[in-house]
Design a protein around this ligand. Structure first.
Ligand code: ACO
Length: 331
């Protein structure tokens, strides 16, 4: 068991993207849109959609397998599994339980985190606290989404924005002090849940002919309102965490923001006064993969040499709820 004074570090990361590439031109075959409109409003060029029968748990397991391999640990050491998703295979049991079984992991504590696009960042913060408690040894944190399963392909204002995929990390402890997860924050404001939600399918509006006719089982979003809130809360979460960890924005080697929209990321960059080169962006290739987005981006950043030993990295996200969160990692 960890000493409560150990540093909690990311031992390995992994990601998984389904094979099927869907370009903006492909989307224009489904709804009235264009590559020009999508790129100008969002920066997205293409996204990946899961294959028939390929579920969130399968993508989560694939990313987790790579993270475990990258960490170089024995999978039997994992005693905590957290899966962040808003598109679980089914409402229950949790996707975390399915991942435990698919990977043959120990029969340990396993549960899902529902914080929409902020889920992976919440997951890192929750895992850090649970490891710091000394009650757990190694944590697997996964963000995974099959958003193609809840998109309304008759609504051009939402279906062009999202994609499928998974990102994962293995966390453990280190005797080196002052490294790893050096601070995290999170927040939520549930006063306007309808600005981004999947109205039906829960206990409030169970599946029925009316909910199906009203297309209430699909994702609904007030894009303009979410845009405004996203700019505000991502900026606030970032500055709050910089203050809490006593880190100057200039000292950040890399910011990995939730990959929803290039214009939202541009606003964040301007607000923090940091060069655009210090921001990791891959939304052009994958669209918004919700809880998977920061995990996929972190894995790509690490494996493409964008993160070096000693670097300070800020991970920041917002999502439905509204939720927001940030975490600071020293490598
Ligand atoms: N193709 C072509 N035209 C479109 C499309 C499309 N795909 N979608 C909407 N339009 C039209 C609209 O109908 C509207 O036409 P009108 O003026 O004739 O009514 C026009 O384009 C402008 O629409 P707006 O909604 O004003 O476009 P806006 O500039 O606000 O961009 C967007 C829309 C991209 C959705 C933006 O608001 C946004 O990115 N919002 C944030 C979304 C987001 O980040 N969501 C993820 C949240 S995270 C989570 O938890 C899942």
């Amino acid at each position: 068991m960890n000493s409560p004074l150990s540093s909690i570090v990311i031992l390995g990361t992994g990601s998984y993207l389904p094979e099927r590439i869907v370009t903006n031109d492909d989307m224009a075959q489904i709804v009235e849109t264009s590559d020009e409109w999508i790129q100008a409003r969002t920066g997205i060029r293409q996204r990946r959609f899961a294959a028939e029968g390929e579920n969130t748990s399968h993508m989560a397991s694939a990313a987790a397998r790579r993270a475990i391999e990258d960490a170089g640990i024995d999978p039997t050491e994992i005693d905590l599994i957290l899966v962040a998703t808003m598109t679980p295979d089914m409402p229950f049991p949790s996707t975390a339980c399915l991942v435990q079984s698919q990977l043959g992991l120990p029969q340990c504590t396993a549960f899902d985190i529902q914080a929409a696009c902020t889920g992976y960042v919440y997951g890192l913060n929750i895992a850090t606290s649970m490891l710091q408690s000394g009650n757990y040894n190694k944590a697997l944190v996964v963000g995974a989404e099959k958003l193609s399963g809840i998109l309304d392909f008759e609504d051009r204002s939402t279906c062009v924005l999202f994609g499928d995929g998974a990102g994962a990390a293995v966390l453990g402890c280190s005797d080196v002090s002052g490294v790893g997860m050096i601070g995290g924050i999170g927040g939520a404001d549930g006063s306007n849940p309808e600005i981004l939600c999947q109205p039906a399918g829960g206990s409030a509006i169970p599946p029925g002919t009316d909910s199906l006719a009203a297309r209430q089982h699909f994702l609904k979003m007030n894009g303009k309102e979410i845009f405004k809130q996203a700019v505000r809360v991502m900026g606030q979460a970032s500055t709050d965490l910089l203050e809490k960890t006593a880190v100057d924005a200039d000292d950040l080697a890399l910011i990995i923001p939730h990959q929803a929209n290039l214009r939202i990321i541009d606003s964040l960059t301007k607000r923090l006064g940091i060069p655009v080169d210090n921001v990791f962006i891959n939304l052009q290739d994958y669209g918004n993969t919700s809880a998977a987005s920061v995990g996929i981006a972190l894995d790509e950043a690490r494996h493409s040499g964008r993160i070096k030993t000693g670097d300070l990295t800020l991970l920041v996200a917002f999502g439905a709820g509204l939720t927001w969160g940030a975490t600071m990692v020293k490598w």
